[in-house]
Design a protein around this ligand. Structure first.
Ligand SMILES: Cc1cc2nc3c(=O)[nH]c(=O)nc-3n(C[C@H](O)[C@H](O)[C@H](O)COP(=O)(O)OP(=O)(O)OC[C@H]3O[C@@H](n4cnc5c(N)ncnc54)[C@H](O)[C@@H]3O)c2cc1C
Length: 556
């Protein structure tokens, strides 16, 4: 059955209880103090997983005592948590990640035991995949799992190795550890007090200082055979991959939460701060550089996150699906969150650079979202490879068709951002074809830049679809409702223009940059990219920025 998860009212109640908990226990002063001391508020995180709040229950299927939250619920919850603190959110994410191999690949008995323990006891978990030499390339892992046999049967395993940068590493009761068994990489469940299992001092980090990140050491750690997740060796990488759709969506939601938290501080500040005789909020050189474009990027990312969450929730068995879409969502939201938080520091001037207003902390915290759960460059690579296959399979028609859909949307809903998005998609299709003919993806740089272009164009399309749907009165019940349809349409136009220009600019720079003898074909390539139309579609850009700035300032 497709998972609808919580009803809208229950979700809202759950989010409200998290906000209330934060109001009472995690005030800005408390957060800044933990941040300064570089300390995880372990007891508060445990309290969040305790009987009163039960924040972890949202991630756990109902059959094991959880609330059975769907992807949409998980996204909204992760955004809410990240608005409070990305470090605290990471502490909860780590339990979700740690239990994921079991939830996806565990035997019925393993699921029953461990998922129920998380639900009932609120235990914290850690997810031990990364190693000193195996980061983005997990297949290079060196931690070993050596079978221990008795009378010809495997009764257990001895684990040896080291795991690096593990969230909750120093505080979790249970960790899942990826190790190389004779049959291939496999997940093992290891409890904290197991002999030979240890952790090192918490890392001194740039941000998310309210999370505990520590290396794990495994020195001849013995686990019985029933701790091998799923009971079959060699399933580990597949089990890790199966949940990327979900987990990357969660980190995307962190980008949205932290990025918006920073922008909201900047918005409030801009109304109070008077310079040259009037509040900063009235200065369009300020709002149109430091606020509005970031809102447009975050909301395009949100449109993509919401589409992906809804698509996952529509499937009977979402595991293993929408992995590329999860990567695009993560890329868009984490990059947008970083840029927004950086702009928020600028928007507060000297006050932004000091600690009181929290924006410099948001910036340090949100930085992690482009690194963990797959770096931005790895997202670019996997997105590019996947869509490249689609381009080849459809003989270059995939993005041409998507562009036609967006032009049709624009015709049906003029001003929804469909035209600019269609131009971005069309330029993308032309670029991919050009790259195919000239064999340019042999340059890794071109492959990754294509990945970025794909994310931008698909983000613009999602923003336009969301704006068109809202205008027609369609809004998923659980979707974010901050903006009126006309503001969403202006945001989609702003983002679409930027995306189209960036895609075409990237094509002119790198496709041309990598192709030999391309100079003589420049004007033909520019015409194929529809550069003139892309420039024409910039008309009205300032007016749309005005509209969004007015709406933002009226609503904060
Ligand atoms: C605070 C924090 C918490 C974390 N929590 C966890 C956790 O709970 N569990 C866990 O298992 N891991 C965790 N990680 C690890 C995290 O997932 C890795 O840091 C991340 O996957 C990148 O791996 P790496 O650090 O080894 O960098 P590398 O893989 O060495 O990458 C370094 C740089 O090279 C780029 N790069 C890498 N490969 C390529 C390539 N093929 N082509 C082009 N560029 C490339 C990357 O994009 C990056 O910019 C955490 C990390 C941090 C910092």
């Amino acid at each position: 059955m497709p998972s609808s998860g919580l009803d809208a009212e229950s979700l809202e109640i759950a989010l409200e209880s998290i906000r209330d908990f934060a109001k009472q226990n995690l005030s800005p002063e408390v957060l800044l103090d933990f941040d300064a001391r570089d300390e995880m508020p372990v007891e508060l995180v445990r309290q969040m997983c305790g009987p009163e709040l039960g924040a972890q229950l949202l991630f756990i299927p109902e059959e094991f005592g959880g609330m059975g939250g769907a992807a949409f619920d998980v996204y909204r919850t992760c955004e809410t948590l990240a608005r409070i603190d990305v470090g605290v959110a990471t502490g909860l994410l780590a339990t979700f990640l740690g239990s994921d191999p079991v939830r996806v690949g565990g035997s019925p008995e393993q699921k029953q035991l461990w998922m129920t323990r998380i639900a009932e006891e609120g235990i914290l978990m850690a997810y031990g995949a990364t190693e000193p030499e195996a980061g983005s390339d997990l297949a290079a892992l060196r931690t070993t799992a050596t079978p221990v046999e008795e009378q010809g049967a495997v009764v257990g395993y001895r684990l040896n190795g080291r795991k690096q940068w593990i969230s909750n590493g120093g505080v979790a009761e249970v960790a899942t550890i990826l190790a190389l068994a004779p049959g291939g990489p496999s997940w093992f469940i290891v409890e904290r007090d197991t002999e030979g299992f240890g952790h090192e001092r918490p890392e001194d980090k740039h941000g998310i200082r309210l999370s505990n990140t520590a290396a794990l050491t495994l020195d001849d750690v013995y686990v019985p055979a029933d701790r091998l997740v799923g009971g079959v060796e060699g399933q580990g990488l597949m089990q890790a991959l199966a949940v990327f759709g979900y987990t990357r969506l969660m980190v995307a939601a962190f980008g949205l939460g932290a990025g918006w938290a920073a922008l909201d501080v900047a918005l409030d500040y801009s109304k109070e701060r008077v310079q040259a005789g009037s509040p900063l909020s009235e200065k369009r050189g300020y709002t149109h550089k430091l606020i509005v474009p970031h809102v447009a990027r975050l909301e395009a990312a949100r449109a993509y996150v919401e589409e992906t969450a809804a698509a996952l929730d529509a499937l009977d068995e979402p595991e293993g699906h929408y992995i590329t879409e999860g990567a695009i969502a993560k890329y868009l939201a984490s990059e947008a969150g970083n840029r927004a938080a950086d702009a928020a520091i600028q928007a507060l001037g000297g006050y932004g650079y000091t600690r009181e207003y929290q924006v410099e902390k948001f910036k340090r915290d949100v930085r992690i979202t482009t690194i963990y759960e797959g770096t931005s460059e790895i997202m670019e690579m996997s997105v590019s490879r996947d869509r490249w296959q689609l381009h080849l399979k459809t003989r270059g028609q995939h993005y041409a068709e998507r562009a036609r859909e967006l032009f049709a949307l624009e015709a049906a809903q003029p001003g929804c951002g469909g035209e600019a998005a269609g131009l971005a998609l069309s330029a993308l299709g032309v670029s991919l074809e050009r790259a195919r003919v000239a064999r340019l993806t042999r340059h890794q740089h071109v492959l990754l830049r294509l990945g970025e272009m794909i994310c931008l164009a698909e983000g613009a399309a999602a923003a336009a679809r969301r704006a068109a749907a809202r205008r027609s009165g369609e809004r998923p019940e659980k979707a974010d409702a901050r903006f009126e349809p006309e503001v969403l349409a202006a945001l989609a136009r702003i983002y679409g223009r930027e995306a189209a220009l960036e895609v075409a600019g990237c094509a002119m720079r790198w496709i041309t940059g990598a192709a030999s003898g391309a100079a003589s074909e420049l004007s033909a390539f520019a015409a194929d990219l529809r550069l003139d139309d892309i420039h024409r579609t910039q008309c009205g850009g300032v007016e749309d920025m005005d509209l969004v700035a007015d709406a933002l300032l009226a609503n904060t």
